[in-house]
Design a protein. Sequence first.
Length: 293
Amino acid sequence: MSGHRFFNSMRAGLGPMIRPFLEKVGPVRKLGLWALARRQPREVTLDGQVFSVDPRDFGVTFELHSTGTYEPFTRGACLDLLGPGMTFLDIGSHVGLYALPAARILKDGGRVIAFEPHPGNRALLEENVSRNQVDNVTVVDAAVSDAPGELELQVSPFNTGDHRLYRGNPGRGTGVRTRVVSIDEWCEQHEIDRVDMVKIDVQGAEARVIAGMQKVIDRSDAMNIILEYTPWMLREAGDEPRALLDSLAERGFSLSIIDEGRGELKAATPVEIHEACPGRSYVNVLACRGKPR
């Protein structure tokens, strides 16, 4: 088994057990973050691009330094559906591990719109855009949900990819007041008529994002979407997980599970996808309405 597949298998099994200790036991968390800061460099090279990262991170940075890559099969599935001139929305862009390689492919009139509400992540994202000399990425300092406004972004104390708009127990982290947009509203303001590809990784707000982009979906008959499907986080946000999958199927999207552990893309029904996520686990899902490239 390759390194990243072994890592994903271990994370799927051990992650739900380790997370409560990091969330609730301050001394354990502080010791772990101290050890990470000593072990993990502040930059990493991925697919020929250099990324600044937060070394005190048990999420994306830990995976990058442990395996030398990050979600390679999911990123590959996303990038394979992109081509010059397309528009790609990266919702929950983090430090740009999807946005920057996508920008290289899109070139010649294509563009990436990268939404990242957390100030620390966004600063790293902007630094990475600059240091890699990418000129077709627009960084948007906002979270995405179903309506414009302002909300508290609940900040994870140990995982820079786990900041959430909707958290069942917001007292577990600090909060950052953030601007919130809907995709329909933002695209109308910036005169974007159609979108070709969307990646959504927003820790339980995925259903709200989809609800706020119905007009864009209507105008984008060949749109493809990759999203993280985490039933327990969706429920914390007040949404019914299966309803999200059913709504995509009803809008003409064919659904597949992106299996990072096995490196497989498997067509699946909403029921099959939901059953693949017992307890506090998750899967990445490809919702495809365009023709694969």
